[in-house]
Design a protein around this ligand. Structure first.
Ligand code: NTF
Length: 832
């Protein structure tokens, strides 16, 4: 080997400052094609990312080869969303070379922070569901679990949100515009995926009836692999994302003019499949393209999983011992029919056996009880787009209902509720029922949510299969959400208890005894203050609003949705504003209300609430009579990168959904781990957070899920009466309705007021208002006593160990997947 090449080989692996520096300079010149004087921040980002990527490749291959050689059981996490955010600081931290990299760049005169900041935020998801998938990838790799993520490589991620005159406006998010240094295109990993056409019946070699799907349109799925670095850098797993490619026939099929144009048009149409992420969060668009996206990535993933399995096996009998497939919500649930099709039609497995294999392989996670988010595809659409799957679904259904008939004993309501087909009106395929029936385990994402699943959406299925539903309370990765995003607090914790907590979060419990130590409290406050300063600077840059660093940072960051009740928060802000104006001589606790979140583009009510927050902010922030004691900020374009700045800086965490409606929440965990006190309802994982941090260290208010249920059932709630009896609420609503915040259009907020009154206040904003204001007052009072506040904040951080996604993922691994850690070894050959 050429000596120069060899020395580069070694450098590619070296993790010290000199080796890193030499590779940076080399990459900049030879791969990015710039010299140091001309290089932009983006050039440096690409340079550093490529050099860091070099340091992953050997261990990535070791990991993959070890899984192959041991024929380890793998888990495949199928998700339409992976909200991974930036990867550079994550890779550096998990490899343990952040400081070396910083020094190497310093020597070149470049700041690591600037380089990190030049990375686009990969927003291949909407919110909690997608971010959970990303935390799970980190935890699987950190726990040495053979886990693969499978999804779609959207060309456009979640839209960029801007405010124009206070209204949300969406812009395309072009994260791939300048290339993505983390991904490895695999043009040879290509699978055909079919749509439309028809089903032909024929007799197979032994004279049995069989079916084939013919005259279908074909699209190709091409793989792009991204390495997923586990903490410590030993296990490096794979996130495989599919991109749609037209088949060759489209490219070269015809050369006469008209047909050629048509062929190119067809090419664009097929490649649209992976063009854009649907920006729906908890509401369904119900579009054909969405169904096609779901089938596209599911089919490609299953073909890939079967190919990998067949490297070691000749029959499918052991598939469930070698592959666990987790369905992240119902989005990939068509995979149940697809695996049946692949096994029965393509591999000649008999139906009953195929069904046993399918059920033993799949498991399903439910993430919401909102009826509008439960996928139900029109039968006519499925028949047209996936004709063979529709047949298979009918067959599964017929066999199932036949068996259940005896047990239903004349209860036809029950049978029609169990059916995979909703026969009411326009017939639909219930994807939740399909996912339930085709899985051996079905889980909810918090204790309360799992209980409610048993009582509501899946009550009939639960009666039928009492062992199937189980709970896996969500978690968050402590690497990204504390170690990387909160350097001041991470350093403080490590200085006191060592760094074991990064990999084993429950160790953080050792901080609890330091809550009574004044010196520690002072240092804890200093760390928080640093983060608040950083956020204040970010707010000033993004919005021009100046906020007081020592005010109470009251944070509500999440998707904009009526059930999450940003409206309740802004109404309380108006009430507080009024009190401050009425009582100018009181020494008010200064409060900064920080909101951030996107609304689905077609969700008008959520967009109107955004406009209301912006309108209220404009009035309050410019009113000299409140003496800067209240500021309201709505940050644009909330994403993972913004969250990394916001979470560490929060004092108060708003988790105020209508009880029974938030499946879990994960922002609640990030904020509490970073030392924010929660103000919240007994909803989702708030219930378990209260159990862990202790009820003295959390502000719980409002109706419980049961009370909400009773109130709605009894019909005995009249929002107008509630409003009439609460002067501060009435005044706030009157101000909105008389145009105090919208003098240019006094009727602007009529739909909101309408929903709160004649609309029956479905989300119980008025019902919880008084209790919420009281809890807010308690929080403000406590904040006056900084020692006591800090003590509770420390106890929050110290008691959040259980909410690590490492714990969650190990529960899935042992209780659902039967997948075990496999430590990578250096082995020479083996395939993926
Ligand atoms: C979300 N669901 C829930 O709304 C959150 O409460 C939960 O924390 C996350 O899932 C993760 O489990 C969805 O995003 C969806 F799409 F299912 F509605």
């Amino acid at each position: 080997m050429d000596a120069r090449y060899k020395s580069r080989e070694i450098e590619r692996r070296s993790l010290d400052v000199d080796g890193l520096k030499r590779s940076f300079l080399e990459w900049l010149v030879y791969s990015v094609g710039k010299d140091a004087r001309a290089a932009t921040r983006r050039d440096w980002f690409h340079t550093v990312a490529l050099a860091v990527r070099d340091r992953l490749v050997d261990r990535w291959m070791d990991t993959t080869r070890t899984y192959y050689q041991k024929d380890a059981k793998r888990v495949y996490y199928l998700s339409l969303e992976f909200l991974i955010g930036r990867l550079l600081s994550n890779s550096l931290a998990n490899l343990g070379i952040t400081e070396e990299c910083r020094k190497a760049l310093d020597q070149i005169g470049i700041s690591l922070e600037d380089v990190v900041d030049a990375e686009p935020d990969a927003a291949l998801g909407n919110g909690g569901l997608g971010r959970l998938a990303a935390c799970f990838l980190d935890s699987m790799a950190s726990e040495a679990l053979p886990g693969y993520g499978y999804g779609i490589r959207y060309e456009f991620g979640l839209f960029e949100q801007r405010f124009e005159h206070g209204w949300q406006v969406e812009y395309p998010e072009q994260w791939l515009q300048f290339g993505n240094p983390w991904e490895f295109p695999r043009p040879e990993v290509l699978y055909p995926v079919q749509f439309y056409g028809r089903v032909e019946e024929f007799r197979d070699s032994v004279g049995e009836k069989a079916y084939r799907w013919v005259d279908a349109e074909r699209v190709l799925a091409m793989a792009y692999d991204t390495p997923v670095v586990g903490y410590g850098g030993n296990t490096i797993n794979t996130l495989r994302l599919w991109s749609a490619r037209a088949t060759r026939d489209f490219n070269f099929g015809h050369f006469n003019d008209g047909a050629y144009m048509k062929a190119v048009e067809q090419k664009v149409l097929s490649e649209n499949l992976s063009r854009v992420l649907y920006p729906n969060d908890a509401t369904e668009g119900g579009k054909e393209l969405r169904l096609k996206q779901e089938y596209f990535f599911t089919s490609a993933s299953l073909q890939d999983i079967l190919r990998r399995y067949l490297q070691h096996h000749t029959t499918f009998d052991n598939l469930p011992d070698k592959a666990a497939i987790q369905l992240n919500d119902t989005h990939p649930a068509i995979g149940i029919a697809e695996l049946m099709r692949l096994l029965v039609d393509q591999h000649g497995v008999v139906w009953d056996k195929a069904w046993d294999i399918t059920r033993a392989t799949f498991s399903y996670t439910n993430h919401t009880l909102l009826p509008e988010a439960l996928e139900a595809w029109p039968v006519r659409m499925v028949e047209r787009v996936l004709p063979r799957h529709m047949q298979i679904i009918y067959e599964i259904n017929a066999k199932f209902l036949n068996r259940s008939k005896a047990r239903a004993a004349g209860d036809n309501g029950r049978l029609s509720r169990l059916s995979l087909i909703d026969e009411r009106g326009d017939r639909r395929v219930r994807m939740g029922n399909l996912a339930f029936l085709g899985s051996h385990k079905v889980n909810g994402v918090s204790a309360l949510h799992t209980d409610l699943m048993k009582q509501t959406v899946f009550a009939d299925f639960h009666a039928e299969f009492p062992d199937r539903i189980n709970n896996k309370t969500n978690g968050i990765t402590p690497r990204r959400w504390l170690h990387q995003s909160n350097p001041p607090l991470a350093a403080l914790i490590t200085s006191r208890i060592g760094q074991g907590w990064i990999k084993d979060l429950p160790q953080i419990k050792a901080l609890a005894e330091k809550a009574d130590d004044v010196v520690f409290r002072e240092e804890f406050r200093r760390a928080k203050r640093k983060n608040k300063k950083r956020l204040a600077a970010f707010i000033a840059r993004q919005t021009g609003i100046e906020v007081q660093v020592d005010s109470l940072f009251d944070v509500q960051v999440k998707r904009m949705h009526e059930y999450k009740r940003q409206l309740l928060n802004i109404l309380q802000a108006i009430a507080l504003y009024n009190e401050m104006r009425d009582n100018p001589t009181i020494a008010w606790v200064p409060v900064t209300k920080i909101f951030a979140g996107k609304a689905a583009p077609s969700y008008h009510m959520a967009k109107l609430i955004i406009k209301l927050i912006n309108d209220v902010a404009k009035v309050v922030n410019h009113d000299p009579s409140v003496h800067d004691n209240l500021k309201i900020v709505l940050l644009p374009n909330y994403n993972v990168t913004a969250a990394e700045i916001i979470m560490p800086a929060a004092d108060l965490s708003e988790q105020i959904s209508t009880a029974g409606m938030e499946a879990s929440g994960t922002g609640n965990m990030k904020l509490a781990l970073n030392g924010a006190l929660t103000i919240g309802t007994l909803d989702g994982a708030n219930v378990e957070i209260r159990e862990h941090v202790g009820e003295d260290n959390i502000f719980i208010f409002g109706l419980t899920a049961e009370e909400v249920n009773d109130l709605r059932a009894s019909g005995g709630f009249n929002p107008r009466e509630v409003i009439a009896s609460n002067p501060s609420l009435k005044r706030a609503l009157d101000m909105i309705s008389t145009g105090v915040f919208s003098p240019d259009d006094p009727n602007r907020y009529h739909p909101i007021l309408q929903a709160l009154t004649d609309g029956g206040d479905h989300f119980l904003v008025t019902a919880d208002f008084a209790a919420y204001c009281e809890a807010q007052e308690q929080a403000m009072e406590l904040y006056r006593d900084q020692e006591e506040w800090t003590r509770k904040a420390i106890l929050n951080t110290a008691n959040m160990g259980w909410f690590s996604s490492d714990r969650t993922i190990m529960e899935y691994a042992t209780e659902i997947w039967d997948v075990h850690p496999v430590k990578p070894e250096h082995v020479e050959d083996g395939e993926d």
